[in-house]
Ligand binder design. Sequence first.
Ligand SMILES: Cc1cc2nc3c(=O)[nH]c(=O)nc-3n(C[C@H](O)[C@H](O)[C@H](O)COP(=O)(O)OP(=O)(O)OC[C@H]3O[C@@H](n4cnc5c(N)ncnc54)[C@H](O)[C@@H]3O)c2cc1C
Ligand code: FES
Ligand code: FES
Length: 490
Amino acid sequence: MTEIRSEIRFMLNGVETALSDVRADETLLDYLRLRRALRGTKEGCAEGDCGACTVLVGRLTPDGLIYESVNACIRFLGSVNGCHVVTVEHLKGQDGGLHPVQQAMVDFHGSQCGFCTPGFVMSLYALWMRRTDPTEADIEKALQGNLCRCTGYQPIVKAARAISSYGRVETDVLASERARVEATLNALKDGARVEIGQDGQRLVIPASVEDLAAVLEAEPEATIVAGSTDVGLWVTKFMREITPVVFIAHLDELHTVTETDGAVSVGACVSYTEAFSALSRRIPAFGPLIDRIGGEQVRNMGTIGGNIANGSPIGDTPPPLIALGATVTLRKGESRRTIALEDFFIDYGKQDRRPGEFVERIDVPVPGEGTHYAVYKLTKRRDEDITAALGAFHLTLAADGTVAAVRIAYGGMAATPKRATAVEAALAGKPWSSETVEAALDAYGKDFAPISDMRASADYRMLAARNLLRRFHLETTSGLPVQVSRYEAA
Ligand SMILES: Cc1cc2nc3c(=O)[nH]c(=O)nc-3n(C[C@H](O)[C@H](O)[C@H](O)COP(=O)(O)OP(=O)(O)OC[C@H]3O[C@@H](n4cnc5c(N)ncnc54)[C@H](O)[C@@H]3O)c2cc1C
Ligand code: FES
Ligand code: FES
């Protein structure tokens, strides 16, 4: 019998905190600003774009305590149970004055009107803890999710490069209290389920994945919340009722990445940041793609399972996973079923997920030696932008240069992520030549009838989708690089 407690417990800056009055849809930002008067953390967009609300969240992992930058505006308070929340108010230097990151920002004139500055400071602090001598590319990547309306990023980048001349990370505030925080967070892991509130405002934090299965069987209509980078916006932008809520991002069992010779198995709650290393090493085209999902804060929070379960036609991971022949495993109670990922997406807003089921893992076959695989994401601006159209191509050529196998999938071209089966059929068995590719372009009309929206017109989408096949052909036959990431190139 799982023990149940009716309060969340976490550390806020230096203080252990317990709360029993937590609304299921209460954001961490509202809690910090309205209930704790910690107003250094700002509200800009309230949708995860601007980074003004950036705080650090420390959590225990099998590799020890790690701190990640997150957007407090779309993170729910309930989800910090068992974590260490660090706001800008906690930063201080060795002498009690400004922290090295803050002093560098002052000296290099990185702060103008000052509104976005605490968010920048927290993102740079997270970077500095990982890398004390960051390259400009590291800094740009760490700041993708921080927008300064006063502009003038160059002083901020210069400040970022100088932080280590103002102090040592080994003697920094979070380093000096590390042992105490680890001990506290370990003690908070009491194996209990958390249940707070009732009826219109109820939240559940399962004790384990077994417990999650039991909770969802009992409350199949509950809203599952993983990284909340989608669900957070349902609350802050659309004022939707989401209760009862079941938080799952803390479940260690759903954070595993397992590698075998031919596949990578990714737990549903593996974040983009956690997935990056294994996926980009085994399937290099994934590295540049993940780098272009949201900003650092969104990548620290958003999960691969959430990107699939939300069923969005413009989610970035489904098309490349479908092109690889990935499968998704769904669990309800003790029973599991594994289906081809492409079959999970039935129609707009409709997925093959039965009441009480949750996504447990995704199995991704690694492309074999000699196969060609590429992913192209088209957006209006390069960083932190949502896909207008995305094409993923997976090709195996026979010894005589004909197409032995091909899988092509697109996002942004239909009501769901979708395979281009007519185009595939037009290519199969034919020589991999520009003539074959040009002849196959007509088949796009059978596969897709895209819509026009604020991201792109239907005509643009159709033209771009066809041109991506041309590009893939050119790159696979000319030896040009398939895709070069700015970050890799630097
Ligand atoms: C600023 C910003 C930028 C973004 N940029 C991109 C981008 O470039 N590309 C992109 O693809 N997406 C982007 N997103 C969207 C979002 O980050 C992704 O869709 C993300 O992967 C969702 O995962 P999550 O864990 O945050 O899901 P949540 O918000 O927690 O949940 C999303 C949906 O999935 C369900 N769900 C979550 N986990 C499970 C599970 N294990 N089983 C069953 N159901 C589950 C939830 O109930 C909900 O319906 C962006 C979001 C923001 C805020
Ligand atoms: S307030 Fe803009 S990202 Fe949170
Ligand atoms: S300093 Fe003014 S918004 Fe960045």
